[in-house]
Design a protein around this ligand. Structure first.
Ligand SMILES: Nc1nc2c(ncn2[C@@H]2O[C@H](COP(=O)(O)OP(=O)(O)OP(=O)(O)O)[C@@H](O)[C@H]2O)c(=O)[nH]1
Ligand SMILES: [Mg+2]
Length: 390
């Protein structure tokens, strides 16, 4: 039976759940789909369909980002459930790079924990401009303590430029909502209303040349290699020629789907799977870019303004100097780079500095692009490209 085509009836946005390990992101994601399924606008995705890898089930944590889709009265959403565990921040950054807005999940019992703060910082860097807070496990929390957690979260958001005073903070219980408790299914409704009204529809650059940062690569037996991700700008249709930057491959899009539904044209903001003609599975990786031919010139060198995280923020305890070689997280890519601090020579934790970076491989860069710097499994810096230097 042919699959039903995707029909665009509502504006589409990309959102997702982020926050510290075990604060309840996956439970909340499942609860959202359940509440909306009961309203008749989507399919319930149970917890074990979101955390479905054997290692995830065995360890009780999310490792890979996972996508679900749902609709509210006014919008269609692709929702990325991100891992909270410190070892999988890498995967979290990839998920966050696609978002128009995020739901920050904070356990009312635990308050702000290290990855709560790290995720807020990373979200800011990769260009997530709006955050709504879900104070989760409110079923088990003491009201006064929850008030304190709320204050603390608002302060954290303000410190990262999110205007913590006006950010919606909704007390929820993903677990009780999943069980069908009306008080808490209503709270999920309130959370979704906050997302609908607080996260604005971003400007979509439909007329720009097509560009999609690759989030994942799959093989469909008998059909070929498929890349997935959110379209950053432009549009693409079946039959269009594209190039894969990073892989140096020219190819043609032979199939286009969103959440298993075929579409004729994908546009900026859509979360899609592209079937690429004749591309070997091993040639394409997360971090590569699929773009209209000759529309972007990738480069290796750029100058940037960088904030070096203080030790208190989970950053380094010692200064960095010219010759430092950390990993740069740019869009969905993770690339090593050589740091040159010029005459300044050293940057201490807590400093904001300008630097020149030479990446280990070419990537499409442009002024204003945000990135994170990580080393040995932790985030040590946050920066913005100020100029591309050849
Ligand atoms: N009391 C209570 N427990 C909850 C609630 N939501 C989640 N939990 C429990 O918290 C634990 C962690 O839930 P998850 O949804 O896996 O947390 P997570 O944030 O997705 O964890 P990672 O993805 O590994 O970072 C589970 O035992 C849940 O049953 C809630 O609203 N109330
Ligand atoms: Mg999870």
């Amino acid at each position: 039976m042919p699959k039903t085509a995707y029909v665009r009836t509502k504006p589409h946005l990309n959102i997702g759940t982020m926050g510290h390990v075990d604060h309840g992101k996956t439970t909340l994601t499942a609860a959202i789909t359940k509440v909306l399924a009961e309203r008749g606008s989507g399919t319930f995705v149970p917890f074990d369909r979101i955390d479905r890898a054997p290692e995830e089930a065995a360890r009780g944590i999310t490792i890979n980002i996972s996508h679900v889709e749902y609709e509210t009265d006014t919008r269609h959403y692709a929702h990325v459930d991100m891992p909270g565990h410190a070892d999988y921040v890498k995967n979290m950054v990839t998920g966050a790079a696609q978002l128009d807005g995020a739901i920050l999940v904070v356990s009312a019992l635990d308050g702000i924990m290290p990855q709560t703060a790290e995720h807020v910082l990373l979200a800011r860097q990769v260009g997530v401009n709006h955050i709504v807070v879900a104070l989760n496990k409110a079923d088990a929390g003491d009201e006064e303590l929850t008030d304190l957690v709320e204050l603390e979260v608002r302060e954290l958001l303000t410190a990262h430029g999110y205007g913590g005073d006006s950010v919606p903070v909704v007390r929820v219980s993903g677990l009780r909502a999943l069980e069908g408790d009306p008080r808490w299914t209503e709270a999920i409704g309130a959370l979704l209303d906050a997302v609908d009204t607080y996260v604005p529809m971003p400007e979509r650059y439909l007329d720009a040349p097509f560009l999609l940062p690759v989030e994942n690569v799959l093989t469909i037996t008998g059909r070929g290699t498929v890349v997935t991700g959110a379209v950053e700008r432009g549009t693409v249709r079946v039959g269009d020629r594209v190039e894969v930057l990073g892989a140096a491959v020219d190819t043609v899009v032979t199939g286009l789907e969103t959440f298993g539904k075929p579409m004729d044209e994908a546009q900026a903001g859509d979360n899609v799977a592209l079937l690429l003609r004749g591309v070997p599975r091993d040639a394409v990786r997360r971090g590569h870019i699929v773009a209209a031919p000759d529309s972007v010139l990738p480069s290796r060198r750029f100058s940037a303004q960088v904030y070096v995280l203080s030790a208190r923020e989970g950053g380094r305890t010692t200064p960095v100097s010219t010759g430092y070689r950390p990993q740069f997280y740019i869009r969905t890519a993770d690339v090593v780079g050589d740091v040159d601090l010029g005459e300044r020579a050293v940057a201490r934790p807590g400093d904001t500095v300008t630097m020149t970076v030479e990446l280990g491989r070419e990537v499409p860069l442009e002024p204003g692009l945000g990135f994170a710097i990580r080393e040995g499994g932790r985030t040590v810096g946050a920066g913005t490209v100020t100029a591309v230097v050849g």
